[in-house]
Ligand binder design. Structure first.
Ligand SMILES: C[S@@+](CC[C@H](N)C(=O)[O-])C[C@H]1O[C@@H](n2cnc3c(N)ncnc32)[C@H](O)[C@@H]1O
Length: 285
């Protein structure tokens, strides 16, 4: 069989002008900012999708994306461009901050429910990590404490994966055996699945962090947002963090990725003293 030439021919590099059109479109719709130095990452994502569509011209693809009926194509492009790298218990010091916070929060005998939110949850590992941490804590109490974790992302593919809760065995191989046994069951073909009683606690939903003003989350005890804002410009990171703060309950904990925002203070927040993490508690009025 003869391979069509469009499959083998290398596409030309983006010109400066083409790059700037794509750069501003992506930043406007997703917040992700590609600098000229990172254009090869943007170009690789576009080319992958353009090959599938048998398109050879960046402007033609831009017109397609800008067309009124292009929402499905836009969703597919987002799948090609988002960085989804993640893992269970990705940042141990942040997990320790969550454990300490839960200890303090649940000292109050009236505290009967916990709401947590993983913002930019990718394929779910971060949300399941929070669910495991909370489950382990509440199961030591001699009273019933309900909890729920909301997991949000812009990528529908990532959310579908997270919702299923099925992962390769090697992804959980570094977890403590007690955690693996308690929270994962064999799913065949070298895979495991999060157990049902934990799956019932986590809800996955599509939320673009640029549209947080429309998101219904309120009074969160814990908001975890790591490795998402690093792709955004500083002014936008600050605007999003301020939106997240509004969704924390008084006394709630916000955990960002270390270094995700520097030289920033917010009057409503008190920094958690731990030099390996970037976490804040919302002051009680
Ligand atoms: C590198 S992953 C981080 C995953 C996880 N938080 C962690 O630290 O392991 C970044 C995630 O942010 C998501 N993302 C990118 N832009 C977004 C936006 N505007 N709104 C919501 N999620 C977004 C991507 O789809 C991706 O799943």
């Amino acid at each position: 069989m003869q391979i069509p030439t469009w499959m083998t021919e290398r596409l030309p590099d983006l010109t400066r002008n083409q790059f700037e059109c794509w750069q501003s479109l992506l930043e406007e719709r997703t917040g992700n900012y590609y600098s000229w130095q990172h254009r090869s990452i943007l170009q690789a994502g576009l080319v992958r999708r353009m090959h599938e569509l048998q398109l050879r011209n960046y402007d033609e693809y831009l017109n397609l994306i800008n067309a009124p009926s292009s929402s499905l194509e836009w969703t597919t492009l987002v799948e090609n461009l988002t960085v989804r790298e993640t893992r269970f218990f990705r940042h141990f010091p942040s997990c320790d901050v969550v454990r300490n916070y839960l200890d303090t929060l649940l000292e109050h005998p009236d505290k009967r429910s916990i709401e947590a939110w993983s913002v930019g949850c990718s394929t779910g590992q971060e949300a399941w990590t929070l669910a495991m941490l909370i489950n382990n804590k509440v199961s030591t109490l001699n009273r019933l404490v309900r909890f729920g974790v909301t997991a949000t992302d812009i990528s529908l593919g990532a959310l579908a994966h997270g919702r299923k809760g099925v992962y390769k065995e090697r992804e959980v191989s570094s977890l403590e055996p007690a955690l693996r046994d308690k929270f994962f069951q064999k799913a065949g073909s070298g895979r495991v699945q999060v157990v049902e009683h934990l799956r019932e606690r986590v809800c996955f939903a599509r939320v673009n962090v640029l549209d947080l003003d429309r998101a219904p989350m309120r009074n969160m005890d814990l908001i975890f947002c790591q490795n998402l804002l690093i792709y955004f410009r500083r002014w936008r990171r600050i605007a999003i963090i301020e939106q997240l703060v509004k969704r924390l309950s008084p006394g709630g904990l916000l955990v960002l990725g270390p270094g995700e925002i520097t030289n920033w203070q917010y009057p409503e927040l008190e920094a958690v003293e731990n030099d390996q993490t970037l976490a804040f508690v919302r002051r009680r009025l």
